[in-house]
Each structure stands twice: as C-alpha cells, then as structure tokens.
Design a protein around this ligand. Structure first.
Ligand code: DGP
Length: 142
C-alpha cells in the first residue's frame, strides 16, 4: 500500500516544519494554516480515522496534544485554541491518516476557522432523546 503524505513527512521523504517527534507520533505546522501556529499532531502509524484508533496510541497522542498545545499557548498567547479532528470526507477530512488540528485563535485577527455551533432546529423531545441515548448505550454494552 502506498504511504500517506503524513507517513512521508515522518519518514523525511517530503519536507515539513516538525516541531515535536517521539517514537509513536509527530507534530508539524499545517501547510495551509488557518492561524499563526496551526499545528497537526499525527501518530506515525497510518491509522485512518477515529474509528480505527487503538487505545494506546490514542492515550499517547492526547499527551502530545496537551504538550504541544501548551507550547503554542506559551509561544503566542492566543485568546483560545481549538482541537479539531475530522473523520470522513463529509466531515472535511482530506488526508486519510488521522490527525489532530491545534488551531490557536486570536482576538481581533482574521482566521480561516468557520465555526457554527447551533442547536439542531429539529429539537427532539425527551422521548426521542432517550431512544437516541439508548441506541448509543446499546452499542457500548452499557
Ligand atoms: P483535514 O482536512 O482534517 O484532513 O486536514 C488536512 C490538513 O493537512 C490540511 O489542513 C492541510 C494539511 N496538509 C495537507 N498536506 C500537507 C503537507 O504536505 N504538509 C503539511 N505540513 N500539511 C499538509
């Protein structure tokens, strides 16, 4: 199988500004940053998406996300920072090797991060919410 772009970055086959690396993961600045310091944290294993992520890699990558987020906070003092992870083309995933975007946000500065957080207009009644919750719990064997 051919390597993903992010495997090629980890293997130094294509250049990137790598800011952190350990045995299991790598972090580098995004080639098309939405804001100053926009960084990607990526496991070296070519795991495609959140559904494929194993617990050990997930736990490790969360530590690195925290470490690199704090470095960005110290370096640039953003007003906020979003951690974003896209799964599937419909959810804007374009590189099919799991990655976490760390997107620092600055007050009164343009950035390319469009964010809409609005309640579903088809607000569901309590009975329907219960059916939804039960479907998730059923899959989790709760
Ligand atoms: P997503 O849409 O969540 O799959 O984000 C993929 C991101 O990867 C996107 O913000 C641009 C970035 N990207 C794509 N190719 C390269 C590359 O070759 N180098 C770097 N540094 N970033 C890349």
């Amino acid at each position: 199988m051919s390597k993903t772009i992010f495997e090629k970055i980890a293997d130094r086959e294509i250049p990137a500004n790598i800011v952190y690396e350990d045995d299991a993961c790598i972090a580098f600045t995004d080639a098309f940053p939405l804001s100053k310091g926009h960084t990607l944290v990526v496991p070296k294993k070519p795991i495609e998406n959140i559904y494929e992520l194993d617990e050990e890699t997930g736990a490790h990558i969360m530590k690195v996300i925290t470490k690199v987020s704090n470095a960005i906070k110290e370096a640039f003092e953003p007003a906020g920072l979003n951690v974003v992870q896209n799964n599937g083309e419909y959810a804007s995933q374009s590189v099919f090797h799991i990655h976490f975007h760390l997107i620092p946000r600055y007050e009164n500065e343009y950035d390319g991060f469009g964010y809409v957080w609005e309640q579903d207009p088809d607000t569901r009644d309590d009975e329907e919410k219960k059916v939804i919750e039960d479907a998730i719990k059923h899959q989790l064997n709760v």
